[in-house]
Design a protein around this ligand. Sequence first.
Ligand code: NAP
Length: 245
Amino acid sequence: MKDRTVLVTGGSGGIGQEIVKRFVHDGYFTIIHYHSHAKRAEALQKELFTKGYENTMVVGADLTNPKEIDDLISTLEEKHIIVDILINNAGIKDDDRLEDMSDQQFKKVIEINVSAPFMLTKRIVPMMKNQRYGRIINISSGLAQHGGIGKINYGASKAAIENMTKNLAKELGPSGITVNTVAPGLIETEMTEDVTDKAKEEYISRVPIRRLVEAKDVAHACAFFADERSSAISNQVIGVNGGLR
Ligand code: NAP
């Protein structure tokens, strides 16, 4: 059992669930965050408990709402829980080409994918600074670098989170906190249910390993950055994309 605690935002989602499983198996106390799918988070906790893993806790919050983030922090403080590792994984997409994308549609994606991790990180970092130890891992996307069609809002949000990583790595390094990015390629989750089989095949044909990457591959990169022995590794991006660049 490791003496470290990890908070996985979007732990109820496709990638988040695999990150949770990996950290629980690795012995971390793991906080499973959800927004609207409480039952999914609770079912995951139950599944892990049945397998003998009792080192989890479930928390709910709309991370675009500062009050809900404050309540989440208060819950942790009441239980004397210090977050050593924060994985900013929660995110959405809402695609449309420029002519069809509403102002609100653009703003919403930026709000959830950029403003929410900013607000949460700001509130968690004091815990990390106090103990002069922390790991922050932001989940971006290959689209941050490559761009795409119908993804102005999503691509901009992921480029922003990568830049937030760079800034925070410089600001927080002196306090013993590393900040890194994991940038996955296309992964089959609820978020990508609308991707057609034809589009997947075309994508796979461009991926050097000739398969889609999986959520557990993303979890592995997160585990690497979170490791205590990764203390010299900060301000980095790992692309979990099968070699597609
Ligand atoms: P997903 O299955 O749709 O999960 C999204 C997660 O975000 C859910 O846990 C959801 O919580 C949470 N969430 C949504 N709105 C929220 C809000 N307002 N406040 C707090 N949490 C909220 O998507 P995924 O594929 O696992 O994506 C996880 C991350 O990986 C995202 O940042 C995504 O951009 C990134 N990514 C995904 C892919 C891919 O191909 N799938 C590729 C590159 C990067 P509830 O379900 O409980 O509402």
